[in-house]
Design a protein around this ligand. Structure first.
Ligand SMILES: C[S@@+](CC[C@H](N)C(=O)[O-])C[C@H]1O[C@@H](n2cnc3c(N)ncnc32)[C@H](O)[C@@H]1O
Length: 324
């Protein structure tokens, strides 16, 4: 059974909000992590799984050595904890879907049923939940995480802090609904996280770099990116429990963030992709919603048609070949 084929064949019948463009980007990041960074054993999971549409795909991305832990966090039936009514998690349907689409059963999973806020020791006194989480997951163990639970400012901020403290160096976190005007809490939560963990870049930090960035001629290559990381580093991190992450890509309503040491690697990787004709990802300076560092960003006007006509057919062919 090719579970990828099943997933894509039945994709439109599943309840959820994931786009195929997001699946494409996740595939790119995962291939980069496995093939170039040789990171193959960090946990994969999602906060806010709903019925498992995106989670199934994330689990399908598990390296074939099957060393990676898989996790899911959702309030599920405890609806009163879903304070902004984002989605409608259902544990049974979730478990059925991940079995059907990713061949993962409940006993292979770390599941926390409750608010993700419980897991954050900075913001909650739920010691039992926090002990459960750290015992099951271990320290610095996550490699690929989707944050798509409660969409308020506080929950987004809390989830980013929680995952930043659990991420392996080189891991990737994605925050959903960064562009959605109905869920502005996400943007605010991300902005708060970035403001607390990074310095906003200004000319005084590195005048030469400022000239290069202002000209917008220079692509954010590896060396330039290293300088950006250094120039925007906070001298003292007031919350060491909440380490820094830097946005690398803003694409199809999601913001992807990396650990500072690997920000230059991811930027360089996306740079090369762009050269290969993946034109839907282009360099842009990040708007004020997410700090003040260069990242890759989609060209919204052109993205859908370029994606459907050029990128998607090539990618699906590659994916089918790789997963046969
Ligand atoms: C937008 S849906 C997730 C969609 C899913 N990621 C997908 O792509 O199909 C949001 C989910 O977050 C869950 N949720 C809401 N508040 C939460 C919280 N505080 N902690 C954990 N999960 C929460 C909801 O139950 C719902 O399943």
């Amino acid at each position: 059974m090719n579970f990828f084929l099943r997933y894509f064949t039945e994709y439109n019948n599943m309840s959820g909000w994931t786009t195929v463009e997001t699946l494409y980007v996740i595939w790119l990041f995962v291939q980069f992590q496995y093939r170039y960074l040789h990171k193959v054993d960090g946990a994969i999971g999602e906060i806010g799984v709903h019925r498992g549409k995106l989670t199934s795909y994330l689990y399908l991305m598990r390296h074939r050595n099957k060393q990676q832990k898989l996790f899911a966090v959702d309030v599920f039936a405890r609806k009163s904890l879903n304070i902004d009514a984002s989605g409608d998690g259902d544990r049974n349907e979730f478990l059925q879907n991940i079995k059907h689409y990713a061949n993962v059963s409940a006993d292979e999973l770390i599941i926390y049923e409750g608010s993700s806020l419980d897991l954050n020791s900075l913001l909650s006194n739920n010691n039992e939940a926090q002990r459960f989480w750290s015992k099951k997951l271990g320290e610095k163990s996550c490699q690929l995480v989707s944050i798509d639970g409660g969409h308020t400012n506080l929950l987004t901020y809390s989830d980013l802090c929680l995952i930043s403290s659990s991420l392996v160096d080189g891991g990737i976190v994605m925050a959903d609904d960064i562009d959605n005007p109905e869920w502005l809490g996400v943007r605010d939560g991300v902005a708060q996280f970035l403001a607390e963990t990074s310095v906003v870049f200004s000319e005084n930090h590195d005048p030469e770099l400022a000239v290069a960035l202002n000209k917008r001629l220079t692509r954010p290559n590896f060396n330039l990116s290293c300088r950006i990381v250094e120039a925007t580093r906070k001298i003292t991190n007031i919350k060491p429990e909440c380490p820094r992450l830097i946005p690398v890509l803003h694409y199809a309503n999601k913001l992807y963030l990396a650990t500072p040491n690997y920000y230059p690697h991811y930027i360089e990787f996306l740079n090369k992709l762009n050269d290969k004709g993946t034109r839907c990802i282009r360099y842009d300076t990040l708007r004020s919603t997410a700090g003040n560092v260069p990242i890759w960003s989609d060209s919204r006007k052109k993205r859908p048609e370029i994606f459907d006509q050029i990128v998607k057919p090539l990618w699906l062919a590659e994916l089918v070949k790789a997963t046969q």
